[in-house]
Design a protein around this ligand. Structure first.
Ligand code: NAP
Length: 253
């Protein structure tokens, strides 16, 4: 039996390309998609294209109920996961408080919600890959928040509280926008989860695809979706933990 990976936001963009590559490599691929019809269409197309094993599973990373239903379905199917890729993300959502909340809810809390939800299904030694961005580099933040996110003593609860404060404050005062903050916080979460899950040898890393030609990245981005997915894929079989990587090389947090 092949190894199984769950990719959130797997119905288009980098997530879809990663699904294509991993299925071609013999992985059993679960395409997480908030719209079940789009997820199904992608799985059907990639099955034809690759001859691989792909299935769609409905998963809205911003919804506790959706994550719980997805986990229950996997449990019912006696599915264990060898890898999780927290790829679902939004960029440049509607401005204002709603946009800030949605960005943090999807890019940061979504990754946390899904990771904690599937934890009982993750095999010991599995990998968790959080898809990050260069825009989340700490150097983009003001000095105070840079210091707080980089603090090795930062706990998960303290990080979550800090991000709720950020949303309550309308996304102001961190020196960068909600997208940058969401990815900087995702990098901090990666470090924290890596330590928490080390006793089970679960490796947690963040991988950056670079600036990629997708719906999100736009037509003028310098990198192809193949290059972006390849950079993300490094995390799926990583032996290190707690790192941030682009193209398999460590980058600044
Ligand atoms: P994309 O083409 O816009 O695709 C985003 C994916 O995320 C879609 O499948 C979308 O589903 C899904 N998604 C959004 N909100 C969701 C939710 N609440 N629940 C489940 N799925 C949700 O973006 P991309 O370029 O492939 O980006 C993938 C990841 O790479 C993101 O985390 C992004 O931040 C990161 N990244 C991208 C770039 C770049 O240049 N493209 C650079 C750095 C990092 P729907 O189809 O239902 O909307």
């Amino acid at each position: 039996m092949g190894k199984t990976v769950l990719i959130t936001g797997g119905n288009r963009g980098i997530g879809q390309q990663l699904a294509r590559v991993l299925a071609s490599d013999g992985w059993d691929v679960l395409i997480g998609a908030r719209d079940p019809a789009r997820g199904k269409a992608t799985a059907t197309r990639l099955r034809k294209e690759t001859g691989g094993r792909l299935k769609a599973v409905e998963l809205d990373v911003t919804s506790d109920a959706s994550v719980a239903t997805c986990v229950q379905k996997l449990r019912d199917g006696a599915i264990k996961l060898d890898a999780l890729v927290n790829n679902a993300g939004v960029f440049g959502t509607a401005r204002g408080a709603d946009g800030v909340a949605r960005t943090i809810e999807t890019n940061l809390f979504g990754a946390l919600r899904v990771t904690l939800g599937v934890l009982p299904l993750l095999c010991d030694g599995a990998t968790v890959t959080n898809v990050t961005s260069g825009l989340g580099e700490l150097s983009n933040l003001d000095a105070e928040h840079r210091r707080r996110l980089a603090d090795p003593a930062l706990t998960r609860d303290a990080l979550v509280a800090m991000m709720h404060d950020f949303v309550r404050g309308g996304g102001k005062g961190w020196g960068t926008d909600a997208y940058g903050v969401s990815k900087a916080a995702l990098n901090a979460l990666t470090r924290i989860l890596a330590a928490e899950l080390a006793p089970r040898q679960i490796k947690v890393n963040a991988t950056c695809p670079g600036w990629v030609r997708t719906d999100m990245g736009g037509r003028n981005a310098p990198r192809s979706v193949e290059e972006g997915a390849d950079s993300v894929r490094f995390g799926v079989t990583a032996t290190a933990t707690g790192g941030i990587f682009r193209d398999g090389r460590r980058i600044a947090p």
